[in-house]
Write a new protein. Structure first.
Length: 370
């Protein structure tokens, strides 16, 4: 048996961020220490089918002609099993199970629903397998922009005005929802409540655009959040890394800043992943020490507000009137050039070191209630 820790990289998934997840898997595979970890690739196709993916296939994932890679529909499905010696993944070939691998820890690199939202984490908990990142509750709260804001407000964090509307309210009490929205100041950002990478988000500048924006957001999630926009705000981010032994239970990175080049100041999906000139990422940001310290302290509070574990990226807006928390992301962009790893690199931790640190944290965390 291998003395190396057996790690399953899980990627792909059914969300709109499938391709970004595949790119993340390629980045992590390149960085992971093969002498310490025995790596197995497990992809989830767009239709939700699981498959074991050879490492050379994962290593070849890249953007080609503006298209992100994806997990191919499998000829044979992968299955997870719990046995006397722990959790295993295998491939079902007819009535036989082949290519069976024991797994010590799962590193789920999925973004969005059915991966980052507590669903996959619940499976890991049921199977007794350790995993990187937040647990079921924190993952679910961190995915839902409504309940995330409720948690922030309960923790005393500064939250900018917003309106949350479930599919039921939009269908049966739409007039009341629209009345609440009318009290917000334009521009507004209409968002799927449980989405990521700015997919489905629409920036609007007048009431006549609202119905179409809600319809677009509901293409991705029946539940919608409408947020009052900012004018002239700085968008600043802090990476948080869990550490149960630290006095605050976590460490915070230097502060980074996103400077969007578009006139509307909207950091959308294209600007994040496909437009090299869409935004500039400054790490560290040009801030005075007092503001940087306040942001880092708020990031740590946000981490605990949602009961996070492992990793979180906390995003803020800073205006002349103060600091406002936008959101936390419990599985932030994690390619080598993404903001979360970049902030840790600027804080003195390399990307391979960060990958190893997260896996080690997962391995030391007890299984079950904690």
């Amino acid at each position: 048996m291998s003395e190396r820790t057996r790690v399953a990289l899980i990627f792909g998934g059914q969300s709109s961020e499938h391709g970004i997840s595949c790119l993340t898997a390629a980045s992590v595979l390149k960085a992971i220490d093969k002498e310490r970890y025995d790596v197995h690739g497990v992809g989830i196709s767009r239709t939700g089918r699981w498959t074991q993916v050879p490492l050379d296939v994962i290593a070849g994932y890249r953007i080609v002609d503006g298209r992100a890679p994806e997990v191919a529909e499998p000829r044979h499905d992968a299955v997870w099993m719990v046995g006397e010696d722990g959790c295993e993944v295998a491939t079902r070939s007819g009535e036989k199970l082949v290519d069976i691998h024991r797994i010590d820890v799962a590193f789920a690199l999925l973004h969005g629903p059915f991966g980052e939202d507590g669903t996959l984490q619940g499976m890991f908990e049921m199977m007794g397998i350790r995993y990187v990142g937040s647990g079921v509750t924190a993952s679910a709260v961190g995915m839902d922009k409504h309940f995330m804001k409720v948690a922030f407000e309960a923790a005393g964090l500064p939250v900018w005005p917003y309106v949350a509307a479930s599919a039921h309210r939009l269908r049966h009490d739409r007039a009341a929802v629209l009345d609440e929205i009318s009290r917000l100041e334009y521009p507004l950002f209409v968002k799927p409540a449980r989405g990521g990478s700015s997919i489905g988000i629409v920036r609007i500048t007048e009431p006549g655009q609202l119905d179409d924006a809600i319809a677009e957001a509901q293409r991705w999630d029946p539940k919608v959040v409408v947020e009052q926009g900012f004018t002239g705000a700085r968008e600043l981010e802090v990476a948080v890394l869990g550490d149960p032994e630290a006095p605050e239970g976590c460490h915070t990175s230097v502060v980074g800043e996103i400077r969007v080049q578009a006139e509307d100041g909207f950091y959308d999906y294209e600007a994040k992943y496909f437009d090299e000139d869409g935004a500039a990422l400054d790490a560290p940001a040009n801030l005075d020490d007092d503001l940087a310290d306040r942001l880092r302290a708020l990031a740590a509070r946000a981490y605990h507000a949602v009961d996070a574990e492992g990793l979180v990226r906390a995003d803020f807006f800073v205006t002349d009137d103060g600091i406002w928390i936008n959101e936390v992301n419990t599985m932030p962009g994690f390619t080598e050039i993404s903001m979360y790893p970049t902030l840790w690199q600027e804080s003195g931790m390399t990307y391979p070191e960060l990958v190893g640190r997260l896996i080690d944290l997962a391995m030391t965390r007890p299984v079950g209630l904690r």
